[in-house]
Design a protein around this ligand. Structure first.
Ligand SMILES: [Zn+2]
Length: 588
């Protein structure tokens, strides 16, 4: 199963959309006020069976969970995929299909960009604001050089121009994530008016950038997009400067932010790396494990509990790492703590608790362990975590600890624990426990067939009239179609698409098609365009029908019912057109 399919299977569109709009159940659908346009009477519907949404009001458009997130957050398909993947606990594997020499060019482009940004920070008049920002954070000139910090001009084309003059093609810069494509297909710099943090791998190659806004722009921190050489969820900021210290001290300290790492290193704490704004991932722990088994997570006081439960304990078991937890003072990050007093930080690291002990403290802090009720509560909370511990000696240690805490005999505790069946699945770190059931996959063979035809017969390029992106209900298919419309060959098509779709794209390119479509591709394509349009109209009609039914039941006003009827008439006119065309073509 592909990563995209796995995310789809583990995502419930009703849960996703409920985070942004309040939905109420209406028959087999859910309805609410449209989150995309302002309205008083709800015309926004979610269809759990089709895992899709549609606004019958001003938007008159719809799609799946990906398109909803893309529209709502203003992000591209790849970022929406990663957001939903994280929510569903699915790891998106990077697609390293690019040839080595292609990758080499990407490293070079990043290196050239970093030099350009660094020079601007040190020398340009426009860099004054960035210089005073780094000065206000107390960063020394040596630190600025060590971390190759930089500044991106408040200009849409500065970097693009600089690098194209140095023989990098637009397509290479797009693939490297240094420029992005705007609405009209025009490319521009991704990072503008930002302080730049080059991200290096352990071999010292620049794989991407983090960038902090120097004005009110959002997001405050922006990263390179996923590229053939950059996978944020598997990279650690500062690792290039931390490798030696981590090995030597046999401990890696993981913080969240860029400045946390920089301030730590400036003050001599060289074994510190950052997960870059997100919770630490399994991939990051895996890559650290090559250097040390011992890791300490610096966690925010508020989020620490959940993080420790969901990730720390899980990583210990899955990856056989020793995870400790550093609890930061409320409202402070490591950068603040270190700048205030390095001793405090040193103590916090020294006093880091093994993750299971921390979970013990947390689970029992509000309990009165002299009462039978709370003893039982503690055992039921901690038991499931203890039975998951893989290492026998350690498991025994904590089972004794729980026996002591609850004043139960050891044998009694063992008997209690043996009744809790370990579920290996539960140890897998998950972002949120909301994901329970999975859905059957709703694939669309027709959409796939149509795309495969287009991809395998470049001659159809001038023939796509009548096919519209909205006929593709699956976002990944819609993405591929839109990119195909704008490009002329597979490499440039790939460059436009997120790497997470590449594997799927390749499967379409190599999909075997019926003989008829090989000999008469135009005819096959015309037929499948018609069928796609028909499928699209029929699905809309079915959705409208459900809405109409629930609307009538709920006593919708005459005006609303009339509007839905009107849309129905429009749909049947369009379906009529499809039938006429099918008749003319002899398809019944
Ligand atoms: Zn709407």
């Amino acid at each position: 199963m592909s990563d995209i399919d796995e995310v789809k299977q583990r995502t419930d569109i009703v849960e996703v959309i409920s985070q942004y709009a309040s939905l109420t159940k209406a028959g087999r659908t859910f309805r609410g006020l449209c989150p995309f346009h302002s309205e008083k009477h709800p015309s926004f519907f979610v269809y759990p069976e089709q895992q899709s949404w549609h606004c019958f009001g001003a938007c008159n458009s719809g799609g799946d969970a990906f398109s909803f997130i893309m529209k709502k957050q203003g992000i591209d398909f790849g970022d929406a995929l990663r957001l939903l993947a994280e929510r569903a606990g699915v790891t998106i594997s990077p697609q390293f299909e690019q040839k080595a020499e292609g990758k080499e060019k990407l490293y070079q482009a990043n290196q050239a960009a970093a030099q350009y940004f660094h020079n601007l920070l040190l020398n340009s008049p426009a860099g004054e604001k960035a210089r005073s920002y780094v000065a206000s954070r107390g960063l020394s000139p040596k630190t600025i050089t060590d971390f190759q910090l930089g500044f991106g001009l408040n200009n849409w084309e500065a970097l693009k121009q600089h690098l194209t003059e140095r023989d990098y093609t637009e397509s290479e810069l797009l693939t490297a994530g240094l420029i992005t494509e705007g609405e009209a297909g025009k490319t521009h710099d991704r990072f503008r008016n930002r302080l730049m943090f080059p991200i290096l791998d352990s071999r010292g190659r620049i794989i991407g950038f983090g960038a902090r806004a120097l004005d009110d722009s959002l997001p405050k921190y922006l990263n390179s997009s996923q590229t053939p050489i950059f996978d944020k969820s598997g990279s650690l900021y500062g690792i290039n400067l931390a490798v030696a210290a981590i090995r030597q001290q046999d401990l890696a300290v993981i913080v969240e932010g860029y400045t946390d790492v920089i301030t730590a290193h400036q003050n001599g704490f060289d074994n510190v790396v950052a997960s870059m704004g997100t919770s630490v991932t399994e991939k990051q722990v895996r890559s650290l494990k090559r250097l040390t088994k011992n890791m300490a997570l610096a966690l925010d006081a508020d989020a620490a509990g959940e993080e420790a439960m969901l990730r720390g304990a899980g990583y210990e078991n899955i990856l056989d790492a020793e995870v400790k937890v550093i609890i930061l003072p409320k409202g402070k990050d490591p950068d603040d703590v270190i700048r205030e007093d390095v001793k405090t930080w040193r103590n916090l690291v020294e006093e880091a608790l093994p993750v299971i002990d921390y979970i013990f403290n947390m689970a029992t802090s509000k309990l009165d362990l002299t009462t039978a009720r709370d003893k039982s509560l503690a055992a039921n909370k901690l038991g499931p975590i203890i039975v998951e511990i893989k290492d026998d000696i350690r498991r025994d240690h904590y089972s004794r600890k729980l026996a002591n805490l609850t004043g139960t005999g050891y044998n009694n505790m063992e008997a209690f624990l043996s009744k809790i069946r370990p579920s290996r699945k539960a140890t897998k770190p998950r972002q949120k426990a909301v994901v329970s059931a999975t859905h059957p996959l709703l694939s669309s063979p027709l959409e796939e067939y149509c795309l495969a035809l287009l991809l395998q017969h470049p001659g159809l390029k001038d023939n796509d009239k009548g096919l519209s992106p909205e006929y593709f209900e699956n976002s990944e298919n819609r993405e591929i179609f839109i990119a195909w419309q704008k490009t002329n060959d597979l490499p440039s098509l790939k460059a436009k698409l997120d790497t997470a779709i590449w594997k799927y794209l390749d499967s379409l390119v190599t999909k075997s098609l019926p003989p008829g479509s090989q000999t008469e591709p135009e005819r096959a394509f015309a037929t499948c365009t018609l069928r796609l349009r028909e499928e699209h109209l029929r699905s809309l009609e079915a959705k409208r029908g459900e809405v109409l039914a629930s609307e009538a039941k709920a006593g919708g006003t005459a005006a609303e019912l009339a509007k839905l009827e009107e849309q129905g008439i429009e749909l049947s006119v369009q379906l009529g057109e499809v039938f006429t065309q099918k008749n003319q073509r002899g398809q019944y």
